[in-house]
Write a protein of this length. Structure first.
Lengths: 623, 132
């Protein structure tokens, strides 16, 4: 049974592959179907080659894993886009199409009934022949009944031609016999005119008689030769015509069989046997094509075998449909879908498939669509959607086995997470190359992984923050706002970690700011002790070094206008007069400042400087 | 018996005598005192003016009394630079005591009468000094 089924499926696969080779999905040689890959490019076949018909390789079906070996690849029969699309189209057929198919099926059934083995007769043959154009008028028939009718008509014409040739041959035979008789009579000669006694005259007479006989015999011999040639030519023509008609009919039957038009095959074989009733049913397809049948089923290719296979296919489909109905009753939609898919693959054009109830089709369609969506989701690696579909399918179909898709989902999820973890680590360590590689790997495994979006977002956000921090650092450096940099030093240190140039500049700025902040802190402490002049002196030292620092300038201004006002004013006046060359008065002001704030280093330094200027070569004197 | 009136001094004369005594004391005091203030013929050093615009005082001589605050610098050739707290002012004034000036022990806290001259760059040079 499986051998015969393999032949059927091998043959039925041919038009599918021819129609849409790119629609197939290959499966690994091990038969694992978790990941369906796109149709592979043509690769040299390494194993034994499949049989061929007219130079085209014939796919061979492996019932063990529902796969077909073809073109060096292993293809899943019921898991390819073309088949899924056709099956969905069938399941979703409108009611009007089903009704139209019912009318067509009735005509075909009527023809088959007329041609049934027990009822076959010339009258039934004529009736069946008349019904062929009616059947061909239906769209579902694809004019195949017209093809059968034309082939039958051609065979009949060939037969009449043979009959005419036979009649001609009979006439020629009569003509040949007549000429043979005449030839014999011509050879016998006339006994009415005897030979003379004289030897010389007798010799002359014999010579004349011979010439006369030759002259009489020659037309009969020539005609006899011509008739024989015509007879031989007619016999050859008759045999050739019969053979040609037979081969053409056989080719049509094989074609119908390949197209899975099993009822048309049966109709054709019945007509064939009535026309070619010599008992020679052997199919003459040539040695190479014969070997196809020999290799597939180890049986001689005959019209009877086509008839048998067709009958068996029809029976298989009936049984499959019965099984589908039983499975539907038990809500086992996965098995029902598979069985109906198999039955559809074989008997797409059989009434059992045509008339399968629409509500049941819809139930299977719903399941099949989800199953196909699951396959598509797995193909495009949308594992989130695949998980949802698995849950829905489990609710719909009691017999749905979620282990395989869930394993695929879990495996992809684990591997993707592993890559994401590596990507996260790479992001933290600033390894851009590893980050890119791991993110790409994670994306390829599970493009819609929600974790991927989160991690990518975090990484990109981190990168964005880093970039923004660097831009802000550059801007603040350009503005000379070192205090702002100092306040956000942690952020900028992290951001500039991978940028040595910025890192060096940032280090210098932070060192300066640390010094400034120290001076400010010291000045404030001195101020808090009530020593405004001391605080001013403290901050003035920093202000000379960092005249741009706002905080220093603010504190210095506060002190200069507050508690240290007169001190600063004295120093300032001294500076002004010193600048004018009025060293005496300048020194007086410096002395005044020193009087106000005796610990003043500023005042002391200025006093010493002017003292040296006023008394060159002098040394500080003890008070 | 009638008492004999006692002889009473004339009050007018008493008052005049008292006034004359007081006058003598005042005049004596004036002359005695002025006799101890040196350089009294010289104008007093205008501290505030000097601090504001010392250049206008250049070339002038003044007398200045004050307490020595500090000795700022000393040079055997150039002399000594001291700071003086002038009477009536809080701002110390630097005064150069040239080496040519007669030797005088100038110590912190001592009060002196200085004869000073404002020279180049507004520097005050003592041209004479006397202990107060």
């Amino acid at each position: 049974m499986s051998t015969r089924l393999s032949i059927l499926l091998a043959l039925l696969a041919t038009p599918l592959t021819a129609a849409g080779q790119e629609g197939f999905t290959s499966i690994p040689p091990g038969g694992e179907t978790a990941e369906a890959a796109p149709a592979p490019a043509a690769e040299p076949a390494t194993g034994p080659r499949n049989p061929t018909i007219a130079g085209l390789e014939v796919p061979v079906f492996d019932p063990a894993n529902d796969s077909v070996t073809w073109n060096g690849q292993l293809w899943q029969v019921d898991n390819n886009r073309l088949f899924r699309a056709r099956f969905e189209k069938y399941l979703n057929a409108p009611a009007t199409e089903i009704t139209a198919q019912a009318a067509y099926d009735r005509v075909i059934a009527q023809i088959m009934d007329l041609l049934a083995a027990g009822k076959i007769s010339n009258r039934n043959l004529d009736e069946a022949f008349k019904l062929l154009p009616r059947a061909a008028s239906h769209e579902e028939d694809a004019n195949l009944c017209d093809s059968i009718a034309n082939q039958v008509l051609g065979a009949w014409q060939a037969r009449r031609q043979m009959e005419r040739l036979s009649a001609a041959n009979r006439s020629l035979e009569d003509d040949r016999k007549r000429h043979e008789w005449n030839t014999r009579l011509s050879l016998q000669g006339s006994k009415l005119n005897p030979a003379p006694k004289n030897p010389v005259a007798a010799a002359e007479w014999a010579k004349d008689r011979e010439l006369e006989r030759t002259a009489r015999l020659q037309p009969h011999a020539q005609r006899l030769s011509e008739v024989n040639a015509l007879l031989n030519a007619n016999r050859a023509k008759s045999e050739l015509s019969a053979l040609q008609s037979r081969i053409e009919f056989q080719a049509l039957l094989v074609q119908l069989f390949i197209q899975r038009r099993f009822r048309h095959v049966l109709i054709g074989t019945r007509f064939y046997r009535s026309i070619f009733d010599d008992g020679d049913n052997q199919i003459r397809l040539g040695e190479e094509s014969k070997s196809v049948f020999a290799k597939l089923a180890d049986i001689p290719p005959t019209v009877t075998s086509l008839d048998t296979f067709s009958n068996e296919a029809i029976r298989d489909v009936k049984e499959a449909v019965a099984a589908v109905n039983f499975l539907l009753e038990k809500d086992e939609l996965q098995s029902a879908s598979l069985r109906l898919g198999e039955a559809f693959g074989i008997g797409e054009h059989l009434p059992e498939i045509h008339q399968f109830p629409r509500p049941d089709r819809q139930r299977i369609l719903e399941f099949t669509r989800r199953a196909n969506q699951l396959l598509s989701a797995l193909e495009v690696k949308d594992y989130t959607r695949a998980e949802q579909l698995v849950a829905e399918l489990q609710e719909t179909a009691k017999d749905f086995d979620p282990s395989q898709p869930l394993t695929a989902v879990q495996t992809a999820r684990n591997v993707s997470r592993m890559h994401l973890a590596r990507a996260r680590n790479a992001a933290l360590s600033g390894d851009a190359e590893v980050l890119e590689r791991e993110l790409r790997a994670a994306t390829e495994i599970w493009p819609n992984n929600p974790d991927l979006a989160d991690v990518s977002g975090q990484i990109f956000e981190q990168t964005d923050v880093q970039q923004q921090a660097l831009l802000e650092l550059d801007r603040l450096m350009e503005q000379g706002d070192h205090r702002a940099i100092f306040r956000q030093s942690a952020k900028f240190i992290a951001a500039a970690a991978l940028n040595p140039e910025r890192q060096e500049k940032l280090g210098t700025i932070l060192a300066q700011m640390t010094e400034i902040e120290g001076a400010l802190q010291r000045a404030r402490e001195i101020q808090q002790r009530g020593d405004a002049a001391g605080a001013w002196e403290s901050i003035q030292i920093a202000a000379v070094k960092y005249p741009e620092d706002n905080e220093i300038n603010r504190l210095r201004a506060d002190l200069a206008s507050g508690g240290a006002a007169t001190f600063v004013q004295s120093l300032s006046k001294g500076d002004d007069l010193a600048a004018l060359g009025e060293y005496g008065a300048a020194l007086a002001w410096y002395l005044d400042a020193h009087r106000q704030y005796p610990p003043s280093t500023f005042a002391q330094e200025k006093i010493d400087a002017l003292a040296t200027r006023i008394l060159p070569g002098s040394s500080p004197a003890a008070p | 018996m009638a008492r004999r009136a006692r002889s009473v001094p004339n009050t007018g004369w008493l008052l005049a005598g008292l006034a004359a005594v007081l006058l003598l004391i005042a005049v004596g005091g004036y002359f005695l005192g002025s006799g101890r203030t040196p350089y009294r013929t010289m104008p007093e050093f205008p501290v505030e003016e000097y601090l504001a615009t010392s250049s206008t005082l250049r070339g002038n001589s003044y007398r200045l009394e004050g307490a020595v605050l500090n000795s700022i610098a000393w040079s055997p050739e150039a002399g000594r630079l001291i700071s003086v707290q002038p009477s009536g002012s809080e701002t110390p004034i630097p005064i150069v005591l040239p080496a040519t000036l007669p030797e005088a022990n100038v110590q912190k806290g001592q009060r002196f009468h200085f004869q000073v001259e404002v020279r180049e760059s507004g520097i005050i040079y003592a041209t004479g000094l006397t202990k107060s």
